[in-house]
Design a protein around this ligand. Structure first.
Ligand code: BTN
Length: 324
């Protein structure tokens, strides 16, 4: 359920070029004018600059730079994604919160975001550095109507969304490295962690976590990852507004997700391959039994890596070490 505060923000946003009267707000929100006034005071405390003119009404002049549920929702043009947002200044991991609230029935499209994570989780139990205020540390709860074995497609879809938005917003040329790293100039800028709660033939929920290094200087990247990681600031030499980037990601995610649910995976697959790192090039593959070189040819419907061996045979790989 959308909170009164969110509804108020949406109404103010719709009237941002004019004014909206206290009476109209009170009628639409079914609360008293003094309750409206209290909400306005709360918004001001949050850093909103609000103009109130007798006989004209209220208008939001500017919204604050910092992240909060309200600032992300202000101007967010989505239909279902981010209608409920949980923002934390500090948390262990947005994935943890997402699992907690999903088990308490949080709705499809709930977004959890933190300024800082003290125990950010990467893939394969790795730690994910989440420096305060420098990046986007965000998890989305989805309740998709797809079979559990198709869930990896959502990771591939997310990678396309991040690559698209990063390239558009920062004029960089990011690439996707299988299965789900986003790289710029060969260094990692973003990672995706998908976790799922499911029965054999039904998904209860999926949590898609994304971490993006945005305004890190070199000193903000810990020594052990400085060689391999980068940030949008380091690559584009321009600071990026976190709130705008988050909104672009949510809008693009919603569009791509809706299209995927309606039309299936084939467009996502094409897009993924068009963003892919080293497609058509040789990679070295190591499994428990073997080590060999083959051509990286793309991805399969189930998200597996497709390689073409020297004898022309196409093979699907689900888990192997790939040296790119
Ligand atoms: C990886 O490349 O290993 C995946 C990294 C995923 C990091 C994000 S940050 C937001 C969410 N919360 C976490 O603890 N992890 C994911």
């Amino acid at each position: 359920m959308e909170s009164t505060r969110n509804k108020l923000i949406h109404l103010l946003e719709q009237h941002k070029d004019t004014y909206i009267s206290g009476q109209l707000l009170s009628d639409k929100l079914q609360i008293s004018r003094s309750a409206i006034w209290k909400h306005m005071k709360e918004l001001q405390k949050d850093g909103y600059e609000i103009e109130g003119i007798p006989k004209k009404g209220y208008r939001i002049v500017s919204s604050p730079d910092r992240l909060s549920e309200n600032t992300i929702q202000w101007g967010l043009r989505t239909n279902w994604l981010g209608k409920s947002i949980i923002h934390k200044e500090v948390t262990t991991s947005t994935q943890h919160i997402a699992h907690q609230v999903a088990q308490e029935n949080a709705e499809h499209g709930t977004v959890i975001i933190a300024d800082e994570q003290t125990n950010g989780k990467g893939r394969m139990n790795r730690h994910w550095y989440s420096t305060r205020g420098k990046g986007i540390w965000l998890s989305i709860i989805l309740r998709p109507t797809i079979l559990p074995y198709l869930a990896p497609q959502l990771t591939l879809l997310t990678a396309c969304v991040l690559a698209d938005v990063i390239n558009k917003e920062t004029k960089t040329n990011s690439k996707i490295k299988w299965p789900n790293d986003i790289l710029i100039n060969g260094r990692k800028i973003a990672g995706i962690l998908t976790e799922m709660q499911a029965e054999q033939d039904q998904i209860q929920y999926v949590v898609i976590g994304m971490g993006i290094n945005v305004n890190h200087t070199e000193n903000d990247l810990p020594g052990d990852i400085q060689e391999k990681a980068t940030s949008l600031l380091l690559e584009s030499k321009e600071r990026v507004n976190l709130k705008n980037l988050i909104q672009q990601i949510l809008v693009t995610f919603e569009q791509e997700y809706d299209a995927y649910i309606k039309d299936g995976f084939s467009k996502v697959k094409k897009k993924w391959e068009s963003h892919s790192f080293k497609i058509g090039e040789n990679v070295q593959i190591t499994t428990l039994k073997n080590q060999w070189t083959a051509t990286f040819s793309g991805i399969a419907e189930d998200g597996a890596l497709l390689i073409t061996n020297d004898n022309g045979e196409i093979e699907k790989l689900y888990s192997a070490q790939i040296d790119w």
